[in-house]
Design a protein. Structure first.
Length: 453
């Protein structure tokens, strides 16, 4: 596999994942901008990208398998750029939200296409390292979004961030066209399933809406309960439809695999913890420590160290996923517990050490989790598998932000530092509990362990 191909695919992943977090740091500037968004419009500006992105991942991955992964990648980059341009030109909050949604649809095509191309072109002996690089890019995307959003929020206008994405996405599309090989179309891959796509996408949209909006309206509000009920009903209808269809979008029977179930849970738990930290990090550094937006964005850079160095080590242990995955999730939980002790008087060096622990845990477990998900499906469904893996990431991230936001809201009387401590302790306990469940799901360690059951 050529280095230029790997770098191009990883750059696409980093940019798509980065836009999940970047807009969060622009919220203060958007609030005082000429758009004058309401609190609901501001919330949708942040959330539209995530909801569309996560909701379309599985059908987008299946489309790439069926009609061509390289074409899906280039089309996704085109949509991504078009959405960014629409956002940059927005004169009303509604246009800005629409632009974010279009970019989210582009990201849904980009992410599964990059991973499935990588799996198809990397030789088996190089696959663990290639997956480690892809995982690193996905993790660094969140960090790049924090840094880019912080710099734009302090030194530039909010439109500058979106304008910067347009030529970047165009350049990546041209580079992908030249450096990325065209993999064979899989005529055996599932045919388009309009009914299944509508049911699954609608169900995921409703469930994600309920998760993301729950801190604002309350977990027991009629709106949120209705969203969860509609989402559950649509997903159940999708399962019935898929079991009866000859060519389902996603056969629910794939979840008979203990390894697939465990890896999906582990992936969601990892990003649950990581995005919970992202949610409180900039607020802690700005409101409690008094950092500016740019300095707050740069202060999370220690998270890159473990993500950059540890995956190379983890790739050597790819044949023993149980201790790698369990150990990585436990490190994330430990790091979150340590970060929960941070206050106004905590030296930044101490806080940075806890960020390093979290990054080491992420770098340790994510390559093995990603490989477990995609290897649990046939090779012809690589795009579908990568879409499933990324869906687990985005669902975990959305749930992490929702749980953290809800816990913070319940502890407003004690100040932000107390609320952050309570939120991160809850998140850490969930991650540790998930580590135990995931480790059990992988079964005994050793050669041949963790195969489908």
């Amino acid at each position: 596999m050529r280095r230029s191909t790997l770098l191009t695919l990883c750059a696409c992943v980093l940019v798509a994942q980065g836009m999940v977090a970047a807009v969060n740091l622009l919220v203060p500037q958007l609030t005082s901008s000429a758009l004058h968004p309401s609190s609901t419009e501001l919330m949708w500006t942040v959330d539209a990208y995530v909801i569309v992105f996560a909701g379309l991942l599985i059908p987008a991955g299946a489309l790439g398998d069926r009609y061509g992964r390289k074409g899906a990648l280039i089309c996704g980059l085109g949509l991504f750029a078009a959405g960014a341009m629409l956002s940059a030109l927005a004169t009303t909050p509604a246009v800005l939200v629409a632009g974010r949604g279009v970019s989210g649809a582009g990201a849904a095509l980009i992410m599964p296409a990059t991973l499935s191309i990588l799996l198809r072109v990397a030789p088996p002996e190089h696959r663990p390292r290639a997956l480690a690089a892809w995982t690193l890019a996905a993790g660094l995307g969140g960090l790049a979004g924090n840094v880019g959003g912080g710099l734009a929020g302090q030194y530039l206008s909010w439109r500058a961030l979106f304008w910067a994405v347009v030529p970047l996405a165009a350049l990546l599309a041209l580079t992908a066209a030249r450096t990325t090989p065209r993999t064979d179309k899989d005529t055996a891959a599932p045919r388009p399933d309009p009914v299944g796509t509508l049911l699954l996408t609608g169900g995921l949209f409703a469930l994600l809406f309920g998760i993301i909006e729950s801190p604002l309206y309350g977990w027991t509000s009629a709106r949120i309960l209705a969203a969860f009920a509609v989402g559950a009903a649509l997903v159940a209808l999708f399962a019935v439809h898929a079991l009866r269809s000859r060519t389902p979008l996603l056969d629910p029977r794939v979840f008979r695999s203990r390894r697939l179930r465990a890896a999906s849970l582990g992936t969601a738990a990892c990003f649950f913890g990581l995005f919970s930290l992202f949610y409180v990090n900039s607020q802690y550094l700005q409101y409690v420590k008094g950092y500016g937006a740019a300095r707050a964005g740069l202060a999370i850079v220690p998270l890159t160290i473990g993500m950059a160095l540890v995956p190379r080590l983890a790739a050597r242990w790819s044949h023993r996923p149980r201790p790698v995955v369990g150990g990585g999730l436990l490190l994330i939980g430990l790091g979150l517990l340590g970060a929960s002790t941070a206050g106004a008087s905590t030296p930044y060096a101490v806080y940075a050490c806890w960020l390093l622990v979290i990054s080491a845990g992420t770098g340790l477990c994510m390559p093995a989790l990603t490989l477990s998900v995609v290897s649990s499906l046939p090779a012809r469904q690589a795009g579908l598998g990568s879409g499933l893996s990324t869906s687990a990431r985005e669902a975990g991230a959305a749930l992490g932000v929702a749980v953290t936001g809800t816990t913070l809201a319940a502890h407003t009387s004690g100040g932000f530092a107390d609320g952050m401590a309570a939120a991160l302790r809850v998140v850490a306990l969930v991650v540790v509990a998930a580590a135990a469940a995931v480790t059990a799901g992988y079964g005994p360690s050793g050669p041949g362990a963790g195969q489908k059951s």
